[in-house]
Design a protein around this ligand. Structure first.
Ligand SMILES: Nc1ncnc2c1ncn2[C@@H]1O[C@H](COP(=O)(O)OP(=O)(O)OP(=O)(O)O)[C@@H](O)[C@H]1O
Ligand SMILES: [Mg+2]
Length: 350
């Protein structure tokens, strides 16, 4: 059964010019106990999506359209007071910037206890204290340090405190936004294992936002690749990384360090994602895509099903091993419009 069902979601930010279409027509669901990864370049709307789901968009951010059904109810239709009950208790978030998410004037202990007591009014102080100590222990923090203030923690410790707080109320959905970026590789590994254990204990689902493909490979069942506010491709983790159909996923795969082929040169995709206040009308990736045609530049692609993959590309069914092997060649990415415009900008500057 789906825990979360997002349909045709648009999340915009007011800006001085036009609204920034940070999340634009996004639909997906997360099943009970499932881990869904969200990957994509910086600025493609991952954090915005998570904030819209838990309901912590800043004042200038708003849901323009679409629905977010959690447990069968549309969160976008609820009053603030009603939504507050879901926060932390049912849906929690491990925020990308742990410093901003923790309140600087309360100790970590006070913050977790306050969350527990607000959402579970019957809980006595002794029990809350026990939960805090247990959670600290689980994320590898010394329970004695619980009385510290956030600024007394290192970045990695704050991130672990965030994780402790996000899991303390055993929520059914955890939104983890770059949950382990401030941690070293050994700690990262331990924490991911611990999160996995707690999760299977409480049967919660997780949405994992990350730049780190090894984190997705290790923790997720399914992956969504986002590009400029939209879903480019979605499917089981082995297929997204093994045999993708979207040229962006194929390019992205080459841009990530590969665990198995670490000697391979990393390739970047020339150019940048488009301005979200004025996105192109066709496929948002067209300018950087080696196989884009006029159709791509004018008509927005619908989803195409390729086996278990959902791919938003006009030419998904024509992507074959020919393109996949060409994609390994740096020249393939040097002939895109974005690469040409980057080159001519460099000429102007010289
Ligand atoms: N408060 C805001 N006002 C206006 N635009 C915003 C605001 N917050 C984010 N944006 C814009 O929305 C888009 C998506 O931002 P978001 O933070 O969701 O990206 P992201 O995918 O999480 O990136 P990263 O990987 O760098 O964390 C970006 O273009 C960003 O500039
Ligand atoms: Mg982000």
């Amino acid at each position: 059964m789906s825990v979360l069902e997002v349909s045709d979601l648009e999340v915009y930010y007011e800006t001085e010019s036009a609204p920034a279409q940070a999340v634009d027509g996004v639909s997906f669901s997360i099943e009970e106990g499932e881990n869904l990864g969200i990957v994509g370049e910086s600025g493609c709307g991952k954090t915005t999506l998570a904030k819209a789901i838990i309901g912590i968009l800043p004042d200038e951010g708003y849901v323009n359209r679409g629905s977010i059904e959690f447990d069968g109810r549309d969160l976008t239709e609820m009053s603030e007071a009603e939504r507050r009950r879901y926060k932390w208790e049912e849906i929690s978030m491990i925020a990308q910037s742990a410093m901003n998410a923790l309140d600087p004037v309360y100790t970590i202990h006070e913050q977790i206890v306050e969350a527990i007591e607000t959402h579970r009014p019957g809980t006595g102080r002794t029990e809350s204290n026990e939960i805090v100590a247990e959670m600290f222990d689980l994320v590898g923090l010394d329970p004695e340090r619980a009385d510290d203030y956030p600024h007394q923690f290192s970045g990695g410790m704050r991130q672990r405190a965030m994780i402790a707080m996000a899991l303390a109320l055993e929520p059914s959905l955890v939104l983890a936004d770059e949950p382990t970026t401030a941690l070293d590789v050994i700690m990262q590994d331990q924490i991911l294992k611990r999160i996995g254990e707690i999760q299977s204990d409480i049967n919660s689902s997780m949405m994992v936002i990350t730049h780190d493909v090894s984190v997705v490979a290790e923790t997720c069942d399914r992956v969504i690749v986002m590009y400029a506010g939209k879903i480019a491709e979605e499917g089981p983790v082995e297929e997204i990384f093994g045999n993708p159909y979207h040229p962006y996923t194929i390019g992205l795969k080459r841009a990530f360090p590969n665990i198995r082929q670490s000697d391979q040169d990393l390739l970047s995709i020339a150019g940048y994602p488009p301005e979200l206040t004025d996105p192109p009308s066709g496929c948002r990736f067209a300018e950087r895509c080696p196989i884009a045609t006029d159709e791509c530049r004018t008509v927005e692609p619908e989803a195409q099903q390729q086996g278990d993959l959902r791919t938003y590309c006009h030419y998904a069914d024509e992507i074959d091993d020919g393109f996949r092997s060409r994609a390994d060649d740096p020249e393939t990415w040097e002939e895109t419009e974005a690469a040409r415009s980057t080159r001519s900008a460099a000429e102007v500057n010289n």
